[in-house]
Design a binder for this molecule. Sequence first.
Ligand SMILES: Nc1ncnc2c1ncn2[C@@H]1O[C@H](COP(=O)(O)OP(=O)(O)OP(=O)(O)O)[C@@H](O)[C@H]1O
Ligand SMILES: [Mg+2]
Length: 230
Amino acid sequence: MALLEVQGITKVFGHGHLEVRALDGVSLTVEAGELVALMGPSGSGKTTLLLCISLILEPTSGTVVFDGQTIYRDGATWLDVRRLRREKIGFVFQTANLIPFLTARENVLFPLTLVGTAPKVAAARVMELLEYMEISARADYLPALLSGGEQQRVAIARALANRPQLILADEPTASLDTARGKKVMALLKRIAREHRTAVVTVTHDPRMIEGFDVIYHLKDGRLENSPEST
Ligand SMILES: Nc1ncnc2c1ncn2[C@@H]1O[C@H](COP(=O)(O)OP(=O)(O)OP(=O)(O)O)[C@@H](O)[C@H]1O
Ligand SMILES: [Mg+2]
């Protein structure tokens, strides 16, 4: 059984002559541990698709099945989606979006606190994650004192805190130089291989997705091709 099944998702913004059909019948399947890249021109619907998969944005129609449960079908959400996002899906954005007045450690701790993890367990988990992201030496720094690549690794550690089954990343390397971008992507690949976490990432840069399992191309809200293997 696939981890994620998206069937015929459409998303329409506005109405009348202002109507924008951002997604126009998108279907895709993501397996546990799969590395999936989403490419396509600006405005093609990539961000909208990530937001609809996680139901941050409600689709206009279609079906989303996550881990065997129908979480959305044609206008109805079928589950506590906030809980689903807190516990099963991790997000990484173009810029790290760390909370500026919290240290790296406290930023990673935050989602663990949200789900009520015992303080000792949470503290150990945070250090394990910072070590895994090779950033533990910076644990007590505020985000402003970290480089862009370091901030992004903290953001990935934060996204992993609750051991999600799916990571959604929207151009996670866009603000980084090639070397730092590749390092961030290598860490995402490692997560997929070692923990069977599925990763769906948007990127403009083909150099960033070497070794990915599948590449989808979006254009005008439609998938242009059947999945292409790298
Ligand atoms: N909240 C919104 N209200 C109205 N239109 C929107 C909204 N969000 C996105 N759109 C429109 O939907 C289309 C898809 O936008 P989206 O942000 O998904 O593109 P993208 O592929 O992520 O582009 P980029 O590469 O520039 O980030 C665009 O035409 C955009 O203007
Ligand atoms: Mg976008």
